[in-house]
Design a protein around this ligand. Sequence first.
Ligand code: G3P
Length: 217
Amino acid sequence: MKFFLDTADIDEIKTLNDGGMVDGVTTNPSIIAKSGRDFKEVIKEISKIVTGPVSAEVTATDYATMIKEAEILRKLGDNIAIKLPLTFDGLKACKVLSSERTMTNVTLCFSPMQAVLAAKAGASFISPFVGRLDDISSDGMDLIAKIVQIYGNYDFTTEVLVASVRSPDHVLSSALIGADVVTIPTKILRQFYDHPLTKNGLDAFVADINKAGIKVL
Ligand code: G3P
């Protein structure tokens, strides 16, 4: 299972990448806007920090301009994945870019058949938004289970990249289902290694080490 970070915060990316926890990074226009950074500059910087895929989303909604933007974005690094909305124009652009062996990430997926269209367009990744489905009382993880099952029925090579993750349970459920990738807000990833019982247990060990004068060095 791969962990991508869903952020454009350079410091967070550097810290967690140094910990060996980052297999890639995803961004979207809202994440870029939140960073306050120049879009192309921050993508270029991220692509130099991590070796895995770095998703940069086109700003255009029409096919022709998506292709023009992709030409520019994919030159920002060797590991850029062009992020395309799951629309007619986005799928058409995905088909062309994938045929040119450009890495693609088709985003804003909310149904199994949308995911099938993305796989047939040759997408490298499909990004189903589980949190936004949960927000409307639909079942985001059920969508992931259906996509993984459908993809397994055929020779689709598209990787399922679970997105719009809002809780550690989304990550756990994705792992149990067998999704390829989860893109995780840094706050949630931190919760995995900042477990309160681990901290309490370590504090007790340190206290006993000090009390008993246990030494190695
Ligand atoms: O990767 C997509 C993600 O950034 C969207 O998350 O919480 O805005 O639905 P959210």
